[in-house]
Design a protein around this ligand. Structure first.
Ligand SMILES: [Zn+2]
Length: 194
């Protein structure tokens, strides 16, 4: 069954070990922030630092595992039609919009959307780490380390598939940051495959 996440919103759901999650960009150039927690102990969560350390790369794609803060593999990427995602930056938030864009009344962003969606699972704001930012296109200057957020490379219908290696709680958004989504907010589609 295909599910839709409305623009600038987020959801949470469970994913069983062995199930697959397909995240689809239906219109193109739209980011989805993804979090995964171990279901029976949500203090275990995906870790950008450990994953990038063990991969020795910042761009992850088909075959790459997403490790937890306890160095267990929670998810593995098994298909990827885009090949450019980000695992450096935190979910966009009211603070992001205040600090970067100078918004006086900022949207709660992916961070607020994830906090609200994950609350029924006993997960709080302080438990939210760097998300795996599906389709987010962060370009790096290899010499200075300067970051630049470019439009996603995803086109309409592009997708990525993750396989769960543990029983998980997943948080997933249609990202709310202007620059990350080429200045247009679109929905995200996802489906769970047995
Ligand atoms: Zn966002």
């Amino acid at each position: 069954m295909l599910n839709e996440i409305a623009p600038r919103s987020g959801v949470a759901f469970t994913l069983d070990k062995g199930q697959r999650l397909r995240v689809i960009d239906p219109h193109g150039e739209q980011v989805a922030d993804l979090l995964a927690f171990r279901r029976n102990d949500v203090r275990e969560v995906i870790s950008s630092g450990r994953t990038l350390d063990y991969a020795s790369r910042i761009y992850l794609t088909t075959g790459d595992p997403l490790y937890s803060n306890r160095s267990n593999v929670l998810l593995r990427i098994i298909e990827d039609t885009v090949g450019r995602h980000d695992f450096l930056l935190t979910p966009c938030s009211a603070d992001t919009f205040r600090i970067i864009y100078g918004d006086a009344n900022p949207h709660r962003g992916c961070f607020g959307n994830l906090e609200a969606a994950l609350q029924p699972y006993g997960i709080t704001a302080d438990d939210i780490p760097v998300a795996f930012n599906v389709f987010m296109n962060v370009a790096l200057d290899g010499k200075t380390g300067a970051l630049r957020v470019d439009p996603p490379l995803s086109r309409a219908g592009d997708y990525i598939v993750f396989e769960a290696e543990e029983d998980l709680v997943i948080g997933l958004t249609a990202c709310s940051a202007l620059q990350s989504n080429n200045f247009k907010f679109k929905p995200i589609h996802y489906e769970i495959l047995d």
